[in-house]
Unconditional design. Structure first.
Length: 168
């Protein structure tokens, strides 16, 4: 069972830690809790800001962790790097994982156009409404869901999941 603890108290230093395999497994479990119950291959756009070295590094680390496909429950997360300006482009993907430094306006616009979930390790992206779910796997599991932004993007999560998470 997925447990969720508050992300409150997260510091900028905590988000500066490199992403971990546990972060990606947690992201997969969150995606599994969508109301439509996805299964099989799921293409995940790893959004990054090419002008920001930290953003590029985090995106590359996430891509490396996912490899050619990371199995989580009944999903296989398949990564594709997407520079932030291309988020609304013609490429098809099923979810967005946003790295640090991604422009909030571009990210929010992509959610409104694509109607897909957005996950991040950056709590401020969820608090600002540009992403839907913030995750953290260490030092303890934390999940924050912006239900207003999820609703505006047409993304729905199972009731059981919504009861386990915190709102910003």
């Amino acid at each position: 069972m997925l447990a969720a603890l508050p992300l409150l108290g997260s510091s900028p230093a905590a988000s500066a830690q490199p992403p971990s395999l546990q972060d990606m497994q947690l992201a997969g479990r969150v995606l599994h809790f969508q109301a439509a119950q996805p299964s099989g291959a799921m293409v995940v756009a790893i959004a990054y800001n090419a002008a920001d070295p930290q953003s590029r590094d985090e995106a590359a680390a996430v891509q490396a962790l996912l490899g050619t496909g990371l199995g989580v429950d009944n999903l296989i997360l398949q990564p594709v790097l997407v520079e932030q300006r291309e988020l609304i482009g013609p490429a098809a993907y099923d979810a967005i994982f946003s790295a640090t430094g991604v422009d909030a306006g571009l990210l929010g616009a992509a959610l409104r156009v694509r109607h897909i979930p957005c996950l991040t390790r950056q709590l401020e992206q969820v608090q600002s409404g540009s992403c839907i779910v913030a995750i953290r796997s260490a030092p303890s599991v934390g999940i924050v869901l912006n239900t207003a932004n999820a609703a505006a993007s047409g993304v729905r999560f199972a009731t059981a999941f919504r009861m386990m998470v915190e709102e910003p």
